[in-house]
Design a protein around this ligand. Structure first.
Ligand SMILES: *Cc1c(COP(=O)(O)O)cnc(C)c1O
Length: 378
């Protein structure tokens, strides 16, 4: 089965009891046991829930992985991965990451006892050089957030394997439709299903996918032991979103490329960041590991923060807001919003300036979106 078919059918046969074509919302906390310890595989919904189980199966197969584990948010999924480590272990993370991941590592896991190094992702050797005796995990996003830099998953997986380090990729920005990191040697894929996977800006969710039985068993144990599970309704909404993931991603990608090309030519635009532009540093690697370049476009407007504010206030279709990956287009100013938890000095070092604008390109008509951007730039 191909991706589009799996998204709709894999693990989603009509309900055995009633024939319902859609996976039912099993809104139950507990399950009858015929006799003590004798049950149909479900005891309590923190441990397992049938609606959640289908979601976990589908996300895993779309990532070409063996096992999926769903969480109540992307950050809960990340926490599960960091909890694979113990006090005193060392993590190397790409410096260009989601602000919340930075905060989780810096403010929660560092005080808890993890050692964390953030490395510049422009040169893959920086990861190699940061490896210490106690390094247990390498963590990246590609494309990165918000500058959409591209890291070679294959090269980094080789470095990880040679040093017996677990390699995790946050694949939220690409979605499994455009990129499957396990195919290039990653051990773990993490998603904020809040974004493209659900795709309609109506739930918060996360998932971990792996093909390693041992990693799966540890993550699954942690899911039940710590309990940050999504409810059946949210799982059902994510499953509904997944059915259209392929056609949505195609449109996101087409619209994003169209708009990035127009922005690039505009006199009021300083610089455009989109891996699908041939002059982008990541274009070559992206072509090798992605099936498309995604729906996120960042750019610097000429001027400073005031100009950024003015531009954003003039937009009519793009909604100012955090998040991404929904059918509707969003605009944000990373330095003041998603990445404000990164200290100013570190932000400046990373190149996240006050005139940087991040667009999550939706699936509206591309001409309407262009017109909106042009009139606001004007
Ligand atoms: C949103 C996001 C997260 C966090 O996910 P939540 O569902 O908000 O907890 C992690 N990584 C990336 C790349 C994200 O965009």
């Amino acid at each position: 089965m191909k991706f589009e078919t799996k998204a709709i059918h894999f693990g989603q046969k009509p309900d055995f009891a009633t024939g319902a074509v859609t996976v039912p919302v099993y809104q139950t906390s507990t399950y009858e046991q015929e006799a003590i310890g004798k049950h149909k595989g479900y005891e309590y919904s923190r441990t397992d829930n049938p609606t959640r189980k289908v979601l976990e199966t589908v996300v895993a197969v779309l990532e070409n992985g063996e096992y999926g584990v769903a969480f109540a948010s992307g950050l809960a999924a990340e926490t599960a991965v960091f909890q694979l480590l113990k006090n005193g272990d060392h993590v190397i993370a790409g410096a260009d990451i989601y602000g919340g991941t930075y905060r989780l590592l810096e403010k929660v896991f560092k005080p808890w006892g993890l050692e964390v190094s953030f490395v510049d992702v422009d040169d893959i050797n920086n990861f190699k050089q940061a490896i210490k005796k106690n390094t247990r995990l390498i963590w990246i996003e590609t494309p990165t957030n918000p500058l959409l830099k591209i890291i070679s998953i294959k090269k980094l997986s080789e470095i990880s394997k040679n040093n017996k380090i677990i390699f995790a990729v946050d694949n939220t920005f690409a979605s499994p439709y455009f990129q499957r990191p396990l195919n290039f040697g990653a051990d773990i894929v993490v998603h904020s299903t809040t974004k493209y996977i659900s795709g309609h800006s109506d739930i918060i969710g996360g998932a971990v996918v792996t093909s390693s039985k041992q990693i799966y068993e540890n993550i699954k144990f942690y899911q039940n032991a710590a309990g940050a599970v999504p409810g059946p309704w949210d799982c059902w909404l994510i499953l509904r979103g997944i059915k259209t993931l392929a056609i949505r991603m195609k449109e996101h990608g087409k619209n994003a490329l169209y708009l990035a090309k127009h922005l690039e030519k505009h006199p009021e635009v300083e610089r455009v960041y989109y891996p699908g532009l041939e002059n982008n540093d990541g274009y070559g690697i992206a072509k090798g590991q992605m099936k498309g370049f995604g729906g996120m476009v960042s750019f610097e407007i000429k001027g400073g923060f005031e100009d950024t504010q003015k531009f954003i206030s003039k937009l009519k279709i793009f909604t100012l807001g955090e998040s991404l990956g929904g059918v509707e287009s969003l605009v944000s100013c990373p330095s003041k919003m998603t990445h404000s938890s990164i200290p100013l000095k570190e932000r400046e070092r990373l190149g996240i300036k006050d005139n940087l604008i991040r667009l999550s390109i939706g699936i509206e008509n591309k001409k309407d979106l262009l017109e909106d951007l042009l009139q606001a730039l004007e």
